[in-house]
Design a protein around this ligand. Structure first.
Ligand SMILES: Cc1cc2nc3c(=O)[nH]c(=O)nc-3n(C[C@H](O)[C@H](O)[C@H](O)COP(=O)(O)O)c2cc1C
Ligand code: SF4
Length: 260
């Protein structure tokens, strides 16, 4: 089937998923390309895809699942047996059910998941884990993946994919990490770099960037990544405990995996 368009929707709070997506090449040089940044706070997208319009959704794994922010953003996309690909990044622990969860979601919205890829990237909470990833080899792998309708995979195959190096357990990091806030000692009076659009959940008021609305925060780390002064941080004790846990549980550095 000839594709009419390819749409790439990317949610990347600290930029690593975005880095991987920049390497992806098209297998239909003549089709129209749309890039949608899902990060800024936004209303639910309303877009209908035809059978010859492909969607690729890229996002980081949070607690082995889809970042909750995506449900609202993608609530009204609709496919008509349209091909879809799923790209995840994760911090060398595991992607657990995130790919399947997105596969289910997309199927429920009229898409046919035909391809998926999982890349290791620097852990956005513990940067010492998988630091430097994605690296040149990851980028090369990303460059070689050309999600397109020639793919043979179906979701049943994704489900059956054996994975011997799975780290045991699902660590629901979100529950234990709390939210970034200005931690003492404050290095500056602060700026509003962390307020929307940096914060995808509007959890940082522009007038009071030192505050965090904990009921909105999804611990995505976007605010810490953009802060030029490093004044927004998670509690060091939480980061320290997570680092210890991850280093012990996942000593093997994982490689990109894809199902085409
Ligand atoms: C709240 C939260 C939960 C995370 N959960 C996992 C996880 O379950 N497994 C994993 O390997 N990495 C996990 N990570 C690491 C991210 O998936 C990884 O750093 C990702 O590449 C960040 O992508 P980004 O730079 O596009 O934001 C988590 C990060 C955050 C902030
Ligand atoms: S306040 Fe929470 S949701 Fe907003 S950018 Fe920071 S970590 Fe993400």
């Amino acid at each position: 089937m000839d594709l009419r368009s390819q749409t790439f929707m990317t949610f990347s709070p600290t930029g690593k998923t975005g880095d991987i997506m920049k390497t992806m090449t098209l297998n239909c040089p003549d089709c129209r390309v749309f890039n949608v940044n899902l990060l800024p706070p936004q209303e639910s997208l309303r877009r209908v895809f035809g059978p010859d319009e492909m969607l690729t959704v890229a996002f980081p794994v949070f607690g082995g699942r889809i970042p909750t922010a995506l449900y609202n953003r993608l609530a009204y996309i609709k496919g008509n047996q349209s091909p879809a690909a799923i790209v995840v990044t994760y911090g060398n622990r595991h992607y657990d059910d995130a790919i399947l969860e997105m596969g289910d979601f997309l199927e429920g919205h009229g898409f046919v998941p035909i391809a998926a890829a999982a890349f290791v990237a620097e852990h956005s909470i513990v940067p010492e884990i998988a630091s430097g990833r994605p690296d040149a080899a990851d980028m090369k792998a990303g460059h070689e993946i050309r999600p397109g309708p020639q793919g043979k995979s179906r979701r049943s195959e994704l489900r059956l994919k054996p994975d011997a190096s799975t780290c045991p357990g699902t660590i629901l990091i979100k529950n234990s990490m709390g939210c970034p806030s200005r931690q003492p000692p404050p290095r500056t009076a602060g700026s509003a770099a962390c307020a929307p659009p940096a914060c995808p959940m509007k959890a940082v008021p522009k007038e009071h960037p030192e505050r965090t609305d904990k009921s909105r925060c999804i611990t995505c780390m976007a605010c810490t990544a953009v802060c030029p002064y490093g004044c927004r941080r998670l509690r060091w004790i939480n980061v320290f405990a997570t680092k210890k846990l991850l280093k012990r549980a996942c000593p093997v550095v994982r490689m990109p995996e894809y199902w085409l």
